[in-house]
Design a binder for this molecule. Structure first.
Ligand code: NAD
Ligand code: G6P
Ligand code: MN
Length: 434
């Protein structure tokens, strides 16, 4: 049986992962799950550990659950290392989402200044984990969920000796599911070829039972489907119909920050004033979840967990590990080394792309040139990601400023400097290199 280490095990998402491992046990024989956290997350970790134990017991699954603050004990001989931690916790996310708003800039967990700072906090930690993996589990696959997942994968590819790394997001699988649901067909019949970057990938082509239905899906996305489907069912965003028709590819939910920045800024400011930012809403949901998790009668993942954005995340993780383990060679969308799959992006950079999943890892499908209308934005964001990685690794102020200025959501060098200075001060405790 396999040993799996989960770093950030105290996450309220973990019961979802355990549920996925239980359901997938016949194809992925997991023997041990080691949940790791840090001192700050100690109590959450124990609550999750006990719930996970009740879940496997109730399901009759032969999986033992361990929980510890000793990361090295957890990594030792692991076959898969799943990372899903949040350096500084939700308190840090609240700052990332709140401070930019003061300067009329979008405050978001993975985009703009918030995404930059989440990367600056996360990258030194992931690189430490990689160094430990080299010694303790050199054969293991690192499956990273920690956001910004694309930038974190870029950092691992360029600054560690770990080659077996895959960045994972639930976004593409959620879009495919949404489209299958809108078409009223089994999800397995729908295939979407995705290409781009994490939270910046586009569905280039959709097939149903192998037949190209891209035009029909775009029409549905534009709200013009004969099926009378609404736009929201597909990506949760209302686009100007003529815009998506001209775009001709499926955008993801995060594209709205780039194609609808004013609307999004106004909505975020309104939300911040009314309910608090998303992080504050999540904090309340998390408190509610942990109250439930503590109930010793609970032995399944509760419905309320669906209130989090990570729908299908365990499915993505489990099907990926399964296909590596069984050399299944099915197609899944992951963040991996480009290796020429997308023209105009460096070979060694991380891209989010449909891949054949083999025992040796993901093999990207060759996508060639992205449509001219989206190519520039994808390249610009890749530049931002690379400069962000350089800043995180060097701790250099000017490099961090450069990353901030070249981000399309930031209006000027002067505003960038103000936001940078305020966020550096706010996050000082979690930025040892600065
Ligand atoms: P969370 O705030 O609950 O954090 C998870 C755990 O990480 C906490 O228990 C915390 O104590 C712990 N932690 C903090 N620093 C750590 C460290 N250095 N080592 C080990 N553990 C540490 O976060 P969450 O909302 O459950 O999300 C977890 C992470 O997963 C975030 O980075 C989030 O952005 C990401 N996420 C990504 C996707 C995706 O699509 N890629 C989906 C869902 C969540
Ligand atoms: C989606 C994204 C994740 C992100 C999450 C936020 O699932 O793919 O990368 O972490 O939304 O959800 P939350 O409930 O934390 O706002
Ligand atoms: Mn994601």
């Amino acid at each position: 049986g396999l040993k799996i280490a989960v770093i950030g095990g105290g996450s309220s998402y973990t019961p979802e992962l355990i549920d996925g491992l239980i359901k997938g046990q016949h194809e992925l024989p997991v023997k041990e799950v080691w949940l790791v956290d840090v001192e700050e997350g100690k109590e959450k970790l124990a609550i999750i550990g006990r719930l996970a134990q009740r879940m496997v017991y109730k399901a009759g699954a032969p999986i033992t659950i361990h929980w510890t603050l000793d990361r090295q004990a957890a990594l030792k001989d692991a076959a898969f290392v799943i990372t899903q931690f949040r350096v500084g916790g939700l308190a840090a996310r609240i700052k990332d989402e709140t401070i930019p708003l003061k300067y009329d800039v979008i405050g978001q967990e993975t985009n703009g200044p918030g995404g930059l700072f989440k990367a600056l906090r996360t990258i030194p930690v992931i690189l430490d984990i990689c160094e430990e993996m080299e010694v303790l589990c050199p054969e293991a696959w690192l499956i990273n969920f920690t956001n910004p997942a694309g930038i974190v994968t870029e950092a691992v590819l360029r600054h560690s000796r770990i080659n077996k790394v895959i960045g994972l997001c639930n976004g593409p699988i959620s879009i495919s599911r949404g489209i299958a649901m809108a078409l009223n067909v089994e999800p397995a019949r729908v295939r979407i070829d995705f290409a781009g970057l994490n939270h910046m990938s586009y569905g280039l082509k959709t097939t149903l039972d192998g037949e190209d239905i891209s035009r029909r899906v775009i029409a549905m996305l534009a709200g013009r489907g004969e099926d009378g489907q609404t736009i929201r069912q597909l990506t949760g965003v209302e686009w100007v119909p003529e815009f998506v028709e001209a775009l001709g590819v499926i955008p993801c939910g995060y594209h709205r920050y780039y194609y609808q920045p004013r609307t999004m800024l106004a909505a975020m400011k309104r939300e911040a004033a009314q309910t608090g930012t998303r992080a504050e809403v999540v904090k309340r949901l998390e408190d509610e979840l942990f109250a439930l998790y503590q109930d010793s009668n609970l032995n399944v993942k509760p419905k309320q967990l669906e209130g989090r954005g990570g729908a299908y995340y365990s499915e993505a993780a489990v099907q990926l590990m399964r296909s590596i383990y069984t050399d299944k060679r099915d197609i899944q969308v992951v963040n991996t080394r480009n290796q020429g799959a997308i023209a105009g992006i460096p070979d060694e950079s991380a891209v989010e792309v449909s891949c054949v999943i083999t025992r040796e890892g993901p093999r990207p499908l060759v996508m060639g040139e992205l449509p001219v209308a989206v190519r520039g934005l994808v390249q610009q964001i890749k530049s931002f990601e690379r400069v962000t990685v350089d800043a995180a690794v060097s701790g250099d102020y000017r490099t961090a400023l450069l990353a901030m200025v070249i981000n399309p959501l930031v209006p000027s060098d002067a505003v960038a400097k103000q936001i940078l200075d305020e966020l550096l001060e706010a996050h000082r405790a979690y930025l040892p290199r600065f």
